[in-house]
Design a binder for this molecule. Structure first.
Ligand SMILES: [Zn+2]
Length: 284
């Protein structure tokens, strides 16, 4: 793991001490004769501040160094993870849960297994449903998303427990991808994944990513994703939501493209040929 701040200090021949989250060095302000180092440099971001003379800078900027933001993002993500892990227990799978071993609505047993699908008759709200444990960036389950196994089952989806802030899911993509496809629902994601488009992420409804956009996209930025394709449902709500979301994701530094589907077509209904052409287009 590279450490750009430390590398820069060493390259500039600056003496330092480690002090909590900072490096302590002699002040870089030429007007401050700093005999007792009081200049703190954040070990991750390079943001620096002298507590004696008040001089503020970022050491990368100070030395005119262009920085690749990805290692900084990764370091920030790791900090965030460590912080989250300490106060986050995660949900346990219900007692007596049974892993799903068959296919369901055209999604192969293999894909369902990969995403941890199960059923249970121990939790009333999850009965008669195919259930998916939804994990956040810590790898712990934060909510169960359960789809009724009957096509006329009501409600079709249950989030259990209710009221949980939905993460993007999955949070980790197979390595090497520069782009990802954002879809509305878990079965949209499952269908594309099942047909070979692995860099697909569900945002659980059209509006959830409009809140905490930066926070939710951070893990993907840290994984090196630079392009986001928004592929919401081919209806008015989906198109409107995609237009609203696009500038928010762009603001966070991604290149964003909206993929418009035909009227009344969901990504969950696309067939193998459709998925092949989308895959070819986005991984070009
Ligand atoms: Zn100073």
């Amino acid at each position: 793991m590279s450490d750009p701040v430390l590398e820069l200090l060493q390259k500039q021949g600056l003496g330092y001490q480690v002090s909590g989250r900072d490096y302590l060095i002699r002040c870089l302000n030429p007007e401050h004769d700093d005999s007792n180092p009081s200049f703190r440099v954040d070990r991750v971001t390079g943001v620096a501040h002298c507590f004696s003379c008040g001089f503020k800078t970022n050491i990368f900027k100070f030395y005119g160094v262009f920085t690749n933001p990805v290692p900084i993002k990764i370091a920030k993500l790791k900090e965030k993870l460590a912080e989250l892990k300490t106060n986050h227990l995660g949900l346990e799978l219900p007692n007596g849960y049974t892993p799903y071993t068959k296919s369901f609505r055209g999604i192969s047993a293999k894909t369902l297994k990969w995403f941890g699908a199960f059923y249970t008759n121990q939790v009333e709200k999850l009965q008669d449903r195919i259930v998916f444990p939804i994990k956040d960036i810590t790898g712990k389950t934060v909510v169960f998303v359960a789809r009724h196994t009957l096509s006329n089952g009501n409600p079709r989806y249950v989030n259990y427990p209710s009221g949980v802030k939905m993460p993007l899911y999955p949070t980790y993509l197979p390595s090497g991808y520069k782009s990802m496809v954002l879809v509305e629902g878990i079965f949209d994601m499952l269908n594309l994944y099942d047909k070979g488009l692995e860099n697909v992420v569900a945002c659980f409804g059209t509006n959830t990513l409009q809140n905490d956009t930066k926070q939710k996209l951070l893990p993907f930025k840290a994984q090196g994703i630079t392009h986001v394709y928004i592929m919401f449902d081919g209806d008015e709500a989906g198109r409107k939501a995609a237009q609203t979301l696009k500038p928010l994701v762009e603001e966070d530094g991604f290149v964003v493209e909206i993929v418009n589907l035909n009227d009344d077509t969901d990504p969950g209904e696309l067939d193998q040929d459709d998925v092949n052409s989308i895959k070819e287009y986005i991984n070009k």
